[in-house]
Design a protein around this ligand. Sequence first.
Ligand code: GLU
Length: 499
Amino acid sequence: MSESEVRVRVAPSPTGDPHVGTAYQALFNYAFAKRGGGKFILRIEDTDRVRSTKTSEEAILESLRWLGLHWDEGPDIGGPHGPYRQSERTEIYREHTEQLLKAGDAYRCFCTKERLDEMRVRQGPNAGYDRRCRSMALSESQRRADAGEPFVVRMKVPLEGVCLMRDLLRGEIQKDWASVDDQIILKSDGYPTYHLANVVDDHLMGINHVIRGEEWINSVPKHLKLYEDFGWQPPVFCHLPLLRNNDKTKSKLSKRKNPTSINYYRRAGFLPEALLNFLGMMGWLMPNGEEKFTLEEMCANLELEKISLGGPVFDVAKLRWLNGRYIREDYTPDTLCDQLEAWALNREKMRQIIPLVQPRLQTLTDWSYLTAAFFADEVPFEPQDLVMKGQTPEQLLGILQMTIWKLEQLRDFSASALDALFRSLAEAFDLKLREFTAPFFVALSGRRAWTPLFDSMEILGSDIVRMRLKLAIDALGGISGKQRKNLEKQYVALFGRRP
Ligand code: GLU
């Protein structure tokens, strides 16, 4: 790799649906790399062993491919600096931790959970670690580790002075070292935390520009300290502004207010080039002011310094408008026909739907009303049709919300897994399965009778299902903050885990 070659990366954690924020960061990294003839790398940050899943990793890769953001090195195609999946690099992190321990830049911490809890009660929940183990001699710490006592490794952050950092968009930022905690870098399970793995990998993979979300800006002092301890040259940092909901307070983009999964937009009939174009407009403008531009045009014109920090709003209405422009301006009847075939009428999808519909068809035209819900984004329904006899809207709101939470945690969205889930939910709410599922027919298809529920849900996919359930909640008047808290408590009581 040549000294001057631009090398950038996107480093998603595979802990959920592929997020539009990941696509946003990937796009700016990709365009920046392509502009300078550099390389764009995909790295999977799966050090959270509980929350990371293979399904999520595959979905992230697939959605970036769909968008056309092809990477030059990554876990699926390899490359000269692999492996590109952090769970396969644990030995590298262990060696680097060892190096810091030997140099006195990090220390083992043997404090138990009880002691840390007690410390927090004494110092308040926001106080950092009180550094009790920081002064322990290395020989003693080695002896206790050899004896099998569990420990974590923490970095030694300076106790005073000021950390000076530079961000490409914000200029120089200062932070008092006294406000920075002795961050854990290696967990007791031997896995690194984000901070260590991220810095070590960025260095070893030759990353010279780190372009990522604003939420990481507060981590920069810790990262700079690690670069210094290892004697490495830090990269240029560029923190992109957070995407915002289109609401009064411009709150941080959240799935409570907007679908945030790339899969949703794909299934809801948005075009990849329109979604990319829309993400490119978040904080950036083409020099000629034109709102509609291609990926190539963005690559040819992007200057990171021109990104504006004024809270870009992810306004789905605007995305819809832009998508319409693409359909009208860029497609001929023939190419649109190809696009529709690929999206809706492809044999694979039709083959899934036909077995559900065939027993219910008298003439071929019955096809259209029976399958309309499979080819829609939102479906119209009458809110009063949702609530079943003997049920209050409050009860139904609770059921819908808790089901959404359950579906978010469901890793296998197959008809049989859904069947098992709904049976257990009906039991938890003390309802017959038919009573429990009735509102779901209405919310998902707009009708009281439909094709079999679980097979139909599998075809719709998790993202569309959850979005329609959320619309049903809105149609019933929504859930207040206080109700949500209560529901969270009930959920924990019923299912033994947090939503
Ligand atoms: N794994 C981190 C994330 O998903 C990466 C942050 C970074 O780019 O440094 O947000």
